[in-house]
Ligand binder design. Sequence first.
Ligand SMILES: Cc1ncc(COP(=O)(O)O)c(C=O)c1O
Length: 381
Amino acid sequence: MNGKDLEERYALPIYPRRGVTIVRGEGALLWDDQGTEYLDCAAGVGVANIGHANPAVAAALAHQAESLITCPGIFFNDTRGRLMKKLVEVTPPGLERVFLCNSGTESTEAAIKFARKTTGRNGLVTAMRGFHGRTLGALSATFKYRDAFEPLLPNCSFVPLNNIDKLDAAIDDNTAAVILEPVQGEGGVRPANADYLAGARQLCDARGALLIIDEVQTGFCRTGAFFACQHHDLLPDMLCLAKGIAGGVPMGAVVCSARIDPGIGTHGSTFGGNPLACAAALAAIEFMQTQQLAEQARVRGDYFASQFNAHLPERVRDVRQIGLMIGIELKEKATPYLQALLNQGILALPAGPTVIRLLPPLVITEAQLDTVIEKLRLVLT
Ligand SMILES: Cc1ncc(COP(=O)(O)O)c(C=O)c1O
């Protein structure tokens, strides 16, 4: 049995599948088990920012694996300590302490618990179309995918993005935190505007609530800055991170301001901050810094938009582009076009029913982007 047959036989059927079996990657390219090459504009859903099979991460993993793979948080560890310092250095000022976990949803879970513990309140205010993860706490703060799993956490309210009056009305004496993505990813590649984010910061300060910014998808250079917060000089109380943090190795993090004080023994994770993932993350972040990946994402994203927008296919309603986070909103359903792109050797993602989302590795070249544009035109015209 090949990989497809084995997964079809043994995997719990949870994911809508695309039919191909991916076996190898390099930079922005992937290959299937038949040797067919694909230009990857999915990047493991916004994970492989530094490119697939990045040699620096592979070397760091091999090196770390030879000395120590696992070490729980009750012991100190050299690699973990260095990563925590690095995370504090690259994130916005005022964020001083790090909690490490293994995924984006875990970072949301931790942030919710830390907010409850720090404020003594339990309410959350989040955005319509927002996505913060699939576990029950994170799902409580997520707009979609929730109906089948009610009851979820109480006192979660949803407000329309970029409407400061609605946010103002939703924050009350029981609001522990406001949770926002600076650019909604799953919700359709929709940016929060600078005034709204600044207003959210002010409202939280005035009402004693915390501001949690979820940069699981926008983080690590995706939007043309190391973090999307930095486009707006936004200073969150907690920054949720995952996806691109460790070059594809599972890791999540919450980077916290000095206000956050959950207390010893209130949270934990067996694998969180294991030295192997920490070594990968250190190598990945150093790669981002030495390659000036944020600048590269900005330049390449602007290049894409200038070329693609010059002759927009009829079916396109809108293009939203922030660095290499790109949403192409169609006038009709996106799914058939995702399949057509796959047939043309381009892997892309949906973001809601009518949006094609492109999250390529940030190392994608201009020539590769030209190919993406050519194929998009071909299938959308
Ligand atoms: C903004 C945001 N938060 C949280 C998550 C959940 O991350 P994970 O799938 O690693 O649990 C995602 C995943 O797409 C995300 O985009």
